[in-house]
Every structure is written in C-alpha cells, then in structure tokens.
Design a protein around this ligand. Sequence first.
Ligand SMILES: [Fe+2]
Length: 316
Amino acid sequence: MSMIKGFHHLTAGVGGAQQDVDFYVKLLGQSLVKKTVLFDGKDPIYHLYYGNASGDPGTLVTSFPFRQKGVKARAGSGQVKVINYSVPRDSLAFWRTRFEAMRVPHDPVVTERFAEKRQRFQHPCGIEFDLVETDFDARPACTNADIPERFAVRGVHSVTLSLREVSESIPFMSEVLDFRYVGQSGPYHRFETHAGGPGTVVEFIHEPDRQQGSTIYGEGTVHHVAFAVDSTQEQSALKSKLMGLGYIDTSESVDRNYFRSMYFKMPGGVIFEAATTDIGFAVDEAPGHFGEEFQLPPWLRDRKGELLSRLEPINT
Ligand SMILES: [Fe+2]
C-alpha cells in the first residue's frame, strides 16, 4: 500500500490577490482557509490557501500572487497543465451558465475521457482547470450562497501533468510511489493511489513536442503537487526510498507551520512534495474561523502591520 494517501495541496503562482480570491471563493465557492505570507527576506508575497471549510487535505489549492513582484513563469512541459476539480454528475450545465454570467473564459464544448465528462475553464492568470463529473466523491461540498450543494465542487479530483517523455515517469509512479496504473486514453495515462477515485488520481498527457516550462515561482503556472503522508516518519521513509533508488534530488523536511514538506522531482521534471497531515490549520485559528485573520509564523508576528501595508489589500 502506498504511503501516499492522495493529494494534500497544489501550489500555483497567480496574478493579483483580489482576482485570485474572487476566482476561488466567489466563483467556485471554496473557503479561504488561511491567509499568510511568503517572505524571502526582502519582499512579502501573500500565501493564500483555499479548500473546503475544514481545510481537508486534497481540497486545498494555494496561491502566491506574483504580479506584485513582476515575476512571470513560463508554461510548458514538465509542469501541471490542468487542475481538475470534482463536481457531482449532471452539474456541468449549471457551471457553464455560471461561467457565461461571470464572464469566465471556458471551452465551448464538454469533453469526456475515462468515462467522465469534463468542462475546461481558466483562472484569470491563464492556468487551466477542468470540472469533472463523478458519482464517487463523498467529500463535503464547497458551497456558497449561490452554489447549490448538488452542483458544488468537492475538492481536487486529479492533476494532469504535461510530459515530453513518459517512459521513465510511468514506472516511477508505480514502482517508486506505489500508484496503480489505471490505463491509457490517447495521449493520456492515468494512475491512482490508496483507495482510488477523486483526490487520488494523477494523469500524464504525453506532449513530446511541447517546450519545457519554467520551474520558478511566478505568475501563470502551477509550481508543484503536494501529496499527503501521515507523518514525518512516512515522509522520511519515502525520502530514503527515493535516495536508495537513485532519485537524489530531494529536500530536507521543511517546517511549513501547518505541515512539514519534503520536495522531490519526478523524472518528467514536475516538482512533487510529500506534506504531512499531522499538524493542520488549527495551530493558529480555531476550526470555524479559518482564514479570518492574517496569520504569520512566530518569527514574523511583530512585523504584521508593516508587512500588511506592503501587500495588496484584499476583500474576502
Ligand atoms: Fe507545497
């Protein structure tokens, strides 16, 4: 059985902070689970976490609004190409009407693969999303006043990785990360882990001619995919396994306040992370109050006013 239980979070570089909040919270009905900051020693950048109201791993997408720093990333292969969210069966018509009403760029037709209907739409920074209809996502709905529960997003369904070559990456998923190979559909290869289904699915799209994307943090790309592991013990067992098999491009375990992170690269170039589920968002805000206040790690708390004054004000 794989140590990886499914997704923990996906992290993207986006444009403006307010347009990002409007996309995840107003358009998609997700909750702002945490409002904090990335601090490189000179300039603060927001770190915004969205997910279901409890901030459950597998529902989380996090954003760095990089427009403020003027850093743009280059989309390409070796990256996440599409973030896929699950919605219940027969909900795509609701979402298409909503995209039209809210002027969200979206594809003219619904497509289907692996027997699932899907609707493509775009984040304002250009990152592509699909809503995927499924009967098999029992997670709580991400609702707001104008999104009925029967149509609401449940969480991350899967990620679609753009890869120039797949011959090393396919065995990496199954032999190193213990995912199961589900099958192939045209240029797509699908894998799943643990119990399978929404929240556990990784897809490759084989694009041999696509230019390599950048790996920096910047506006317009998903930077990495974080998978959920139970504890630092499991994280370190995974690191040892990677190192032992020759995948030596792994990080130490890093303290991210709400989880611990260990980063590694898969053969196709996508940055993966193993994030622990043993800490969580209740360390600085009580459940039911996640995302209400701007939170800083202990070493930055006395600079809260100064840091906030240098960030775009956001209305949540
Ligand atoms: Fe991460």
